[in-house]
Structure formats: C-alpha cells, structure tokens
Design a protein around this ligand. Structure first.
Ligand SMILES: [Ca+2]
Length: 328
C-alpha cells in the first residue's frame, strides 16, 4: 500500500550484514507489542501551550484545532504531545530528493530494472522467505484461505517491504509525519491526513503515540502500512484483541486483507514475459541492453496498489515465484 521507504541502500546493507552473519532465523523479529498502553491517552503530555520546535507553527496550530473540533481530542493533550515532536532534517532531505517522488512514497528508482531486481531477488531473500513461510505456515495458510490470496505473494510482500520483519524502520512515526506535514511542500496534504489518521489510530488502538517507529515516510510494521491503511485494513489475525502490525500473525492477515480488498484474484496469473510490446497490458522494464517486456494481469495492478511502481510489483512477483519454487 503503502508506502514506505527506508532507502534501499540501507536496506541492502542490512541484508548483506544479515547474510554475512548467517542470520537465517526469525530471532531478530520483534513480535510482541511494545508500543501499547492500556486505557486512555497518556496524561503526562498535558500542557497549556504548545512549546518545542513547533511552538510557532501556524499549520500545526491549525491542525491541533482541527483535531480538537472534529475529533474531540483534548487541546492540552495535543499541545503536550506536539511539544515533544521533532523536526527531522533527513526526512525533509529524503522527501525533497527527486528519486523518491511519486503519488505516494515509493521505492527509489535505483538504476534500471536489473539493478532494482538485484536488491530483492537474492539468495538471502529466497531462503529467508522459505524460513518465514515455514515458521508461519499455519497463519499464512489461514490468511490465504480466509482472503483468497496466494500465499507466496503474502510472503513476498513482507520480504520486499521489510526483509521479513528485520527492517521495519527506526524513525518515530509522529516525528516523520509531523515533519512531512508541516516542513515539506510537495505532499504535505497527504501527510497531514496520515498524521490525523495516526492520532486516531493511537487513540483507537491504545498505542502510546511517541513510541511507534517505522519508515521515514511513516509506514509501520512488517507490511509497512500507513496509518490510514492501518485503520481501514489491519486485522487482528491472532485474535488477541489488538491489531499489531509488528506481530507476524497480524501482519500476515493484514497483508492478505489488503490484497483481497484491492481485488486480488486467487490462483490467477500475475505476469509473463513477452517478446515485445503487445498492447495495453504490456509493461516495459529498462534493462542493460534494450528492454524487457512483460504482459501483466489484473493481479499485477493489485500489487501496484501496495506501491505504485512496475519495478516494485515485478520484484514482488519474481520473489514470490522463487520462494514458492523452493518452499514446495
Ligand atoms: Ca493481534
């Protein structure tokens, strides 16, 4: 869906580091719910006035008024909370870097398709995908059956997004979204709405609002859901009463739900290689010499709903096929 971006260089370095250390278990994956609070919003944020880095921000003041009048938040709570928000220079830099541009945050366009492919169709991704599938076989089978989504695509999305939960991002979501909403121009409306959804999410789900971390663009958990998608599409798949996208089971169910709601057709083709351009359903991927042509099916467009890039969708497709071949 969603959006994310942690920056592929860092991703690649992490993947490389994991390969070198031979880490093939799921031990690095955080599966508990460290961000949850119980009861209502934390009271320690109460403040009469807005202080900190956003003390003089007119858009911030306007946003707080909106949250108070339209969603019934307490003004002193929001003053206290946003007095602790940080403006992150690296987030501004990433947002203003042309290679990250798109209707939503997307993966950076690193080189051509073959260069992009190399980052995700790796032995480490395939082996760790098989391991992730094996250790979550029941949840993946149940999600596939419940939502009618081929299991290998659930696994591959989580692999491409976060290397199976090992790279869920370290940026505080409230800082990322506050910075993007009030200190950047291009997609400030989009991110203001996501910040609104984030606050609603923390209230609805009982999350401590300064705790959740994720990508620089505000995407969370193993499937990197933006707050608006979290609210509408995340599911409590392990039936513990909470939606927690940092939990493997909930993430697996939520990714399958996302695909289902966006029109996935179970057991139907996604893409096949074509000799040349053959009509509207053909995509062209730039390779070293010439181009690759692929005939794509409706399911390919469903993957693009997750991240609006042909390269992204093709990487998910090829990783899914490679993992399936080794798993079965
Ligand atoms: Ca749950």
């Amino acid at each position: 869906m969603t959006v994310k971006n942690t920056g592929c260089k860092r991703f690649f370095k992490l993947a490389l580091a994991l390969m070198l250390t031979g880490c093939a278990s799921n031990s690095a994956i955080q599966t508990d719910a460290p961000y949850r609070i119980t009861g209502n919003q934390p009271t320690e944020y109460q403040a009469q006035t807005l202080t900190g880095l956003y003390a003089n921000s007119m858009p911030m003041q306007k946003f707080i008024r909106h949250m108070v009048f339209d969603h019934g938040f307490s003004e002193s709570y929001l003053n206290g909370l946003f007095s602790k928000a940080k403006r992150l220079d690296y987030v501004i830099r990433l947002e203003n870097t042309p290679q990250y541009h798109g209707p939503k945050p997307v993966h950076p366009k690193v080189g051509n398709w073959l260069g992009y492919r190399k980052q995700f169709i790796t032995e480490a991704h395939i082996n760790n995908g098989v391991a992730f599938w094996s250790s979550n076989a029941d949840a993946i089978q149940k999600a596939s059956a419940t939502y009618g989504v081929d299991p290998e695509y659930i696994v591959a999305i989580i692999g491409v997004e976060t290397f199976f939960g090992r790279n869920v991002g370290k940026t505080r979501i409230i800082d990322a979204l506050t910075t993007l909403a009030f200190d950047t121009q291009r997609r400030s409306n989009f991110f203001t709405i996501e910040l609104e959804n984030f606050l609603l999410m923390t209230r609805e789900e009982g999350y401590e609002p300064l705790k959740p971390v994720g990508s620089w663009a505000g995407a969370m958990g193993l499937g990197q859901f933006m707050p608006s998608s979290f609210r509408t599409l995340a599911v409590d798949f392990n039936n513990d009463g909470h939606r927690n996208l940092w939990d493997q089971n909930d993430a697996i169910g939520s990714v399958a739900h996302y695909f289902s709601r966006n029109g996935w057709q179970n057991n139907m083709p996604v893409a096949e290689k074509s000799k040349g351009y053959s009509g509207e359903s053909t995509i062209e991927l730039g390779a070293n010499k010439g181009s690759e042509y692929w005939r794509v099916h409706p399911n390919f467009k469903v993957i693009k709903k997750y991240n609006n890039s042909d390269k992204y969708a093709m990487a998910v497709h090829q990783l899914a096929q490679a993992i399936k071949q080794r798993y079965l």
